[in-house]
Design a protein around this ligand. Sequence first.
Ligand SMILES: [Zn+2]
Length: 324
Amino acid sequence: MAFAWRSALDRLDERLALARLAAGPERPALLAFMFHVLFEDEAAMNRHEVDPQQRITVRVFEQFVAYFVAHGYTFVAPADVLRGLDPAGKYALLTFDDGYYNNRLALPILQRYGVPATFFISTHHVEAGQAFWWDAVYRHRHRHPLPPAAQQAEYAHLKQLRHPEVDHYLVDHFGAGALQPVGDLDRPFTPTELQEFARAPEVILGNHTHHHAVLTNYAPAAAKYELAACQQALVRLVGAPASAVAYPNGNASAAVRAAAVGAGLHLGATVQAGKNYLPFDRYGVDVLLLNRFLLWGDQDVARQCALFRTDFHLKQLLRFWRRA
Ligand SMILES: [Zn+2]
C-alpha cells in the first residue's frame, strides 16, 4: 500500500514537473551528468563481461547530447566553470568516471557536436591495468548468484573498505585472476591510449583518486595521499595535474573537501542528484561539491532529460511541509 502510494506520488510529481517545464523556461543552472561504462550496442551489454551500471549505449549517449544541444545548453569544461559562468546561462558538464577504455566511444560524438567532456581517472588502474572491483563482483555473481539481500550486503561491505582490503576480498572470494580485466570492455585505458585520448581538445582528464578510494574510509593523511598520488600520476601520464575531482562513490566529508583543495583541485563532483543553480554564491552551490545527475539507458531519454531540467519537485515541497 505504501509502495503504491509512493509510485502514484512519483508519477504525479513527474507530471507536474513536466507541465511546469512546458509552461515556461527553466532557471539558469549548471547541470552535471555522470557516466561510467559506454557500450557500443546492446549486444556488448549482453555479454556480461562488465557491470552494465546505467546501461548506456553510444546511441543513447548521442541522443542525450543532442537533446541538450537542441535545448540551448552550453557544454562546459571545469576550467569554464572555474572562470565563472553567466548567471543567466544554461550549462551542461559531461563527466565519465573511472577511466574505462570503452569511454573512447564517446569521442566521435563529442567531436560531432563540438562539446567537451571530463573523464575522471583512477590512475593506478590505468598504470597497473587492473580491473574495477565491481566488475569482478558482477562477473562472479552473474555465474554464482546471491540472494538479492546478500548481494546488496556484499556491495555495501566492499564500499566501506580501503583498496588493499577490497583487493584481498576479491582474490579470497573469486580467485587470483579477479583483479585482471577479461577484455576490452571492462579494462581501463592503457597509459599510451590515455595519452592519445587526452590529446583531443574535447577531452579533459580529472582526478578520481589513485586507487578508486572511497575517501571517507581513509584517515585524513591517506585520503590526501590518494588525491595527490592521482595528481602525480596524471603528470606522469599526460604532463599535467587535474583541476577537477570526482569523489569515488560520491563520498566527500569536510576533511575530504579540504584534502582536495590541498591537492590543488578546484572543482569537485559528488553523486547527489540535482541542478547547480546560478549564480552559485546566491544559491549556496559549493563548486567543490557539485551535484550530478545519472541517466539510465533503459528508460526514456527525453523524459529523463526534461526531468533533469525542471525546477518543480512536488516531493521536495512535501518534505519541506513536513519539516515546517
Ligand atoms: Zn568511480
